[in-house]
Design a binder for this molecule. Structure first.
Ligand SMILES: Nc1ncnc2c1ncn2[C@@H]1O[C@H](COP(=O)(O)OP(=O)(O)O)[C@@H](O)[C@H]1O
Ligand SMILES: [Mg+2]
Length: 326
């Protein structure tokens, strides 16, 4: 049987370019060479495509059976490149165009969840041309979280403790997006929950993140190496089950496919569980939590990668059978 040619697309134009290289390295390392032929495709920071420098396979066939986009953030996780794969008629791992872009936009993500009655954190939207710290404080008090609506890796995100910090945070977030989200700060624990599947997805045992800073910011995620993780989280079993149930419901609410990592905040004072966001292309490095959570539940990194490819092929086959005209 001939091997399936898997294009592992990595790099990209986003601020998460370097993380993507680390994720792609790990995915390539776990592709079973007996079953898959890896075709690494590298997108540089200017958006130019190249055969990858990280795993040149001389003489590799350029035909591709399935694409594994290992790109985080803008132009990778936001539906844009998924649109390209749709146009090319190729199966690809992970969420489709709509789900990718709806999950990337923190406003539309919350709306889709709220519409199903899922608990999202109270928020308001401000546009770059009409930033109004007073209105945000009047609505939620302090402290507040400020975020560009479409980004990731905590870039442009700040916790504002007073009015001056809020004004500065709003102005900074507006450098990254014309739409800014202001949220009530949730004091408590932070969790991540891995979801895998298409129409009948399953959630893994969640993981608790113990940031080394006041919150899980860019430095804490990628530079300090001081944040700790805990599987299972330090929470009662019923809260853990609630998180898993909500993770699956969230995945379905945004019509995700393949994989998704749903992130939560658990309020200390009330015990209430809040969905913070979904990541449709979660980190895949050797220390990333998405594969770690599945490993904890008995699914190896290699088996996970294989399952994701199968799910991509299943989804593609199902959509191939659809008609587009009478
Ligand atoms: N409303 C909030 N209350 C408390 N902490 C928050 C809140 N929103 C975000 N955070 C903290 O900021 C981090 C980044 O925010 P997040 O919404 O996940 O953005 P990104 O998409 O960049 O990962 C979270 O991991 C968490 O530590
Ligand atoms: Mg996050």
């Amino acid at each position: 049987m001939s091997r399936l040619r898997v294009a592992v697309v990595h790099g990209g134009r986003s601020g998460e370019h370097e993380i993507s290289l680390r994720s792609a390295r790990a995915v390539l390392d776990h592709l079973d060479p007996d079953r898959f032929e890896a075709v690494p495709l590298f997108i540089d920071k200017q958006g130019q495509w190249h055969p990858s420098p990280i795993l040149p396979e001389p003489g590799a066939n350029s035909g591709i059976d399935v694409i594994f986009p290992v790109l985080h953030g803008t132009f990778g996780e936001d539906g844009t490149i998924q649109g390209l794969f749709e146009m090319a008629g190729l199966p690809y791992v992970g969420a489709g165009v709509f789900s990718s872009s709806a999950s990337m936009d923190k406003e539309h993500f919350k709306r889709l969840c709220a519409e199903r009655g899922l608990p999202v954190i109270d928020y308001l939207v401000q546009h770059a041309a009409a930033l109004d710290p007073g209105a945000a404080i009047a609505r939620f008090g302090l402290p507040l979280f400020v975020k560009p609506a479409n980004l990731g890796s905590s870039v442009g995100i700040a916790k504002a403790h007073d009015r001056d910090e809020l004004a500065a945070a709003l102005a900074d977030a507006a450098r990254y997006d014309t739409k800014v989200i202001v949220e009530r700060a949730i004091l408590g624990q932070e969790l991540e929950c891995a979801v895998l599947g298409n129409d009948r997805p399953a959630a893994a045992t969640p993981c608790e993140i113990l940031p080394s800073k006041e919150f899980y910011d860019y430095e804490d995620k990628y530079l300090l190496d001081k944040a700790r993780t805990l599987i299972p989280p330090n929470l009662p079993e019923e809260t853990i089950q609630e998180v898993r149930r909500l993770a699956v419901a969230c995945f379905l609410a945004v019509e995700c496919s393949g994989m998704g990592r749903v992130d939560f905040l658990i309020e200390k004072a009330t015990g209430k569980v809040f969905i913070n966001e979904i990541n449709t292309i979660p980190g895949f490095t050797s220390i990333s939590m998405y594969p770690k959570m599945w490993e904890h539940d008995g699914l190896s990194f290699a088996a996970l990668v294989e399952r994701l490819i199968e799910l991509a092929l299943e989804r593609h086959a199902l959509r191939q059978s659809l008609r587009y005209e009478l």
